[in-house]
Design a protein around this ligand. Structure first.
Ligand SMILES: Cc1ncc(COP(=O)(O)O)c(C=O)c1O
Length: 505
């Protein structure tokens, strides 16, 4: 076939997407300077300007450009767009949901990973990156005291849990599930998890063919842990009905309140009833590295699989999660295929080809930012930071408890829950009023730019919640939180009372 372009054109090809060294340096230095200034003054920024979608859209180009823009000015403009219209989870007073401040070494790690652009699907495409990923997986297991046979880095907690779920599904099927699908056991498998479990379990039951009705929601006891007696009762009940208990999920740090389920007892029940034991340690798993919390996390080492999330409490920039499995072949058993178009095997030395251990085929080098963080701080450095986050959350609980306008509820790991309750109103305003007040208060706090908590709901009470996975937070930030909550809470209470008086006139 004849080429559609003349040979001279192709020979003198100049790629306009490439940036020459001079311009690359200029663009890069300028961007790094902006980021360095931003990081050193992040405390002075509002956490968010809370723009509306329309306000944000108005700042973007109206149409796709036909001609290009120079890299230096483009990056400068993009920096401004993002710095001025983002929620800054690296701010010392950001404690919403569970997203950590990103460690600067991880930012540079992502740049380095992109520059080499290793495809971590196969060893031959990413020799050093693959071995670094393997080492990172091994170190993460060691850090939390989990004897991992294998593992894989993924995009985050949800996917890390999905991988554990699918490894369980394959391991527990006594037929060729990869060929036949759920066929023989359609509608029979059951999974057991506490009512506090993150929504990944709903997605997994739905996506992977078991259906939502396969989930047995085990109630929590007074301290929000999975009720173990009910767990065993339900398993026995199901077996009597010829249903098949597939997997039990124990949560090591619940998303709402940070509670750790009784992992050891769950492990014993799983062994007795031949269930897969999966631990969701996406939030709290890394706290198992603290010697003083060994007892709380006892049993984590017995899990068949565990999800941990370096982009939460290891302070890696988004995205990076990790699944660890006990049995070295559990992931390849569930995911491996060998297409003819890959020449990835070697007769000499065994190679790890990560495309055989998970969903993805082409894979980025997520492990680098985690590996750099582990090397920059060491295990001890991470233990210190996590310990300080927990101590700050405990301090927050103490501070709030001794304030007459704050009611405290729970304190587990680095999560503290509380609500604003006007002084001297006992019996006068019920749950509905306080829920409304605290919902309005949360809206105001999340848009005010000074502090950023999120919420939890406990026994029908709408609570404010801080989750400190933030190496920039200091005690003075918690004092600011107390000031802002009480000031804004009082204002909203007064407005609500005025509104009520107005309505009754
Ligand atoms: C306990 C738990 N599991 C899973 C997840 C999901 O993690 P990701 O948002 O990284 O997918 C979260 C998120 O907060 C979580 O707290």
């Amino acid at each position: 076939m004849e080429s559609s372009l003349p040979a001279e054109t192709l020979d003198q090809r100049q790629s306009s997407i490439d940036i020459d060294a001079k311009n690359f340096r200029e663009a890069g230095h300028q961007l790094i300077d902006e980021i360095a200034d931003f990081l050193s003054s992040i405390r002075d920024y509002p956490i968010t300007a809370a723009p509306t979608p329309g306000m944000v859209r108005a700042k973007l180009p109206d149409t796709m450009p036909l001609a290009g823009t120079g890299a230096v000015s483009l990056l400068e403009e993009s920096w401004k767009l993002l710095a001025e219209n983002s929620l800054l989870n690296g701010h010392p007073r950001f404690w919403g949901y569970i997203t950590s401040s990103p460690a600067p070494i991880g930012m540079l790690g992502d740049l380095l990973a992109s520059a080499i652009n290793s495809n971590c699907g196969a060893f031959v495409l990413s020799p050093m990156a693959t071995e670094i990923e393997k080492q990172t997986i091994q170190w993460l297991g060691e850090l939390i005291g989990y004897p991992a046979g294998a593992g894989i880095m993924v995009s985050g907690g949800n996917v890390a849990n999905f991988i554990g779920f699918l490894a369980a599904r394959k391991a527990k099927a006594n037929w060729d599930i990869r060929k036949l699908g759920l066929g023989p056991q359609q509608g029979k498998w059951r999974i057991y998890t506490s009512a506090e479990t993150h929504t990944w379990i709903n997605k997994a039951a739905d996506l992977f063919g078991l259906g939502l009705d396969a989930i047995r929601w085990i109630p929590i006891d007074a301290d929000q842990k999975m009720n173990i007696s009910v767990l065993e009762e339900k398993i026995v009940e199901d077996k009597e009905k010829w249903l098949i208990p597939l997997l039990v999920v124990g949560t090591a740090g619940s998303v709402g309140t940070g509670v750790v389920d009784p992992l050891k007892q769950i492990a014993v029940i799983c062994k007795k009833h031949d269930c897969w034991f999966h631990v969701d340690g996406a939030y709290g798993g890394f706290a198992a590295a603290l010697p003083e919390l060994k007892e709380l996390f006892q049993g984590i080492e017995l899990a068949d699989s565990i999800a941990i999330d370096p982009h939460k409490w290891l302070y890696s920039p988004l995205e990076v999660g990790c699944t660890l499995v006990k049995n070295a072949s559990a992931l390849t058993d569930a995911f491996s295929f060998h297409p003819v178009y890959y020449n990835f095997e070697s007769k000499e030395e065994e190679r790890t080809n990560f495309y055989e251990s998970g969903f993805q085929n082409s894979r980025g080098f997520r492990a680098l930012k985690v590996w750099l963080g582990l090397r920059q701080l060491g295990a001890e450095g991470h233990v210190k930071l996590i310990r300080e986050d927990i101590a700050l959350a405990q301090r927050a609980f103490q501070l709030m408890s001794s304030h007459e306008e704050i009611e405290t509820f729970t304190q587990h790991l680095s999560i503290t829950t509380f609500r604003y309750k006007p002084a001297g109103i006992d019996g006068k305003y019920g749950q509905e009023y306080l829920n409304k007040l605290n919902q309005s208060l949360l809206d105001r706090l999340q848009t005010g730019g000074e502090v950023f908590p999120s919420n939890a709901v406990l026994n029908g009470n709408f609570l404010l919640r801080i989750c400190i996975v933030n190496f920039r937070t200091r005690l003075c930030d918690l004092e600011t939180l107390l000031d802002v909550v009480t000031k804004q809470g009082k204002l909203i209470h007064e407005q609500m009372q005025k509104g009520a008086a107005f309505a009754s006139e």
